[in-house]
Write a protein that binds this ligand. Structure first.
Ligand SMILES: Cc1cc2nc3c(=O)[nH]c(=O)nc-3n(C[C@H](O)[C@H](O)[C@H](O)COP(=O)(O)OP(=O)(O)OC[C@H]3O[C@@H](n4cnc5c(N)ncnc54)[C@H](O)[C@@H]3O)c2cc1C
Length: 506
């Protein structure tokens, strides 16, 4: 019997498998597809944007260099990381096809930002992300079994049993990372609620006879949106048909051409369709991410349109949040209620992402009311405050979990604090443990922090830029659990360490 069975070897399932493997759990991943390779996951159709927050998750586990190399990003990932001030972001992204200008981001207004090797988002592909994670998972002893479709599930107080064909797989915990049409979600009886679609979207690889009739990039039009991607023949479209298109049908050349003509307002001609699929802006989320011994992460827990490229990033955030909590629970040293903080912290983020995509669909609608709001949004995003707000949302840098502590850093992603000897917080997090970083003159936390043994790594030194802090306790997912001033309070530290890491090791 494994500690954890994960259903789905997509990016979220694999990221979670690595987190659990790193923490010493026995992990089995069951994946329906016999082969990892698929044109839907490779460039160009599988192209995905990872946010700076997701890239940072790879950095914190020592996977930044392989990720960048495999994604074709060349140059020194650490370039700029030694600067005194963090650089201005190079790109912000878009809202409903309206591109945001990075020059308008008010860097000084971004909370607790320090230079780091993982400052920017990266364009990559699902195939690349999965390859990097699969390699890592293998080194951590994770077993991935392909060609296994999970179709039944039962659970009791002790274990979960999953069935695929004639085979049974038992584990103490199961996590459904099996995507938007999750079988685990239905089998375990999760409620999945939300809103029905307003549009049908298409992504396709086609041959266009007269590509010059289409503008490149995102094109918001009075009837919807079309996207002419950088790769020749790669297009996206969204048409406000109320989600009426029958998605069980493969989109034909005639249909795609008709839709493209309608949304682009041109008489463009498609001579061939190589690959095509459809999606909608149906936005739904499970009401909880846990039912007994079964949990959900990624698209299995939340679906929405790809507008703004948030799904994968939200899923990686789920996996980072869940991994260490489930591992501690499985090992039996988690404090009471730790696992339930997963839903408490991540459900509001998922709900926000659904709303962010709904807001985009609302301003794209082909009606005068929506177009009026669109004008207003354009005006707001033309301001520094508007763009900075959007950057905080899109990049994930404005995320703050409510941990019941009013100090503004607590609950946020930890800045990449750097000690005088060059060690960075990110380097200290590679083994997936919590970090007590003691920046105080008298190493005030040393005696206390060592009490948590291998669960919390203690590191001390003078910081290049301490942001006014004397110490921080950082959870394995990079979230600040506690922050102390230049004379940190030992009792307060011990209370926080106990809250997140359980009783001190005996
Ligand atoms: C056109 C488009 C563009 C996008 N662009 C972006 C972007 O730029 N940025 C971003 O963050 N997100 C983007 N997304 C969303 C992103 O692709 C998804 O959110 C992400 O792939 C979800 O990962 P996942 O691991 O949760 O699910 P999936 O990638 O769907 O993986 C689920 C896995 O589970 C397996 N599985 C399913 N059922 C079973 C079963 N019963 N038994 C065993 N295995 C099973 C599947 O085969 C699959 O391998 C985009 C989506 C689309 C459609």
């Amino acid at each position: 019997m494994h500690d954890v069975v994960i259903v789905g070897a997509g990016p979220v399932g694999l990221f979670l498998a690595c987190e659990l493997g790193l923490a010493g759990c026995s992990v089995l991943v069951l994946e329906r597809e016999p082969e990892a390779r698929s044109p839907w996951r490779a460039h160009p159709l599988g192209m995905r944007g990872l946010s700076a927050a997701s890239v940072e998750a790879f950095y914190r586990r020592g996977m930044l260099a392989p990720l960048l190399a495999a994604s074709g990003v060349h140059g020194d990932p650490g370039a700029g990381a030694d600067a005194d001030e963090p650089p201005r972001p190079r790109s912000v992204g878009h809202f409903a096809g309206m591109m945001l200008d990075p020059a308008k981001v008010e860097v000084a207004a971004l909370p607790f930002r320090l230079p780091s090797p993982a400052q920017e988002g990266v364009m990559t592909s699902l195939e690349t992300v999965e390859a990097v994670l699969s390699e890592r998972a293998a080194t951590l002893g994770v077993e991935v079994r392909r060609g296994v479709t999970v179709s039944a599930l039962t659970q009791d107080d002790e274990r979960v049993v999953l069935r695929a064909g004639a085979h049974e797989y038992a584990a103490r915990w199961a996590v459904g990372c099996d995507g938007g049409r999750s079988a685990v979600r239905g089998l375990a009886g999760f409620d999945f609620v939300g809103t029905e679609p307003q549009f049908t979207g298409y992504t396709a690889l086609v041959t266009i006879d007269d590509p010059g009739k289409l503008s490149t990039g995102f094109n918001l039009t009075p009837t919807g949106m079309y996207i002419r991607m950088p790769a020749e023949g790669h297009i996206g479209m969204m048409e406000f048909d109320g989600g009426a298109y029958d998605r069980s049908r493969q989109p034909t050349r005639d249909h795609l051409q008709t839709v493209l003509r309608r949304v682009s307002g041109t008489d463009v001609t498609l001579s061939e369709v190589h690959l095509a699929s459809s999606f909608t802006d149906r936005a739904k989320q499970t009401t909880t991410y846990r039912k007994g011994r079964v949990l959900l992460a990624g698209d299995a827990a939340h679906i929405h349109s790809p507008l703004g490229g948030q799904g994968l990033n939200t899923g990686i955030g789920d996996a980072m949040n869940l991994g260490w909590k489930l591992a501690a629970t499985s090992h039996g040293h988690a404090p009471e209620g730790l696992l339930d903080t997963y839903t408490r912290e991540r459900h509001p983020i998922g709900a926000w992402v659904l709303d962010w995509t709904r807001a985009q669909a609302a301003v794209m609608r082909p009606d005068p009311h929506a177009q009026a709001v669109q004008g207003l949004i354009r005006d707001l995003f033309a301001t520094r405050d508007g763009t900075t707000y959007a950057f905080g949302r899109i990049s994930g840098s404005s995320i703050r979990y409510d941990l019941g502590d009013e100090r503004p850093l607590v609950g946020r992603n930890a800045p990449d604090l750097r000690l005088e000897d060059g060690t960075r917080l990110g380097d200290l997090m590679r083994d997936g443990r919590g970090v007590a970083l003691d920046l105080s003159a008298g190493r005030r936390l040393r005696g206390s922090a060592l009490g948590w043994g291998s669960r919390v790594r203690y590191a001390a030194g003078q910081a290049r830029n301490d942001l006014g802090l004397g110490a921080v306790l950082v959870r394995p997912d990079g979230v600040v659990a506690w922050a102390g001033d230049r004379e940190p309070d030992r009792d307060a530290f011990e209370r926080a360490a106990g809250r997140w890491f359980g009783s001190p090791a005996s």
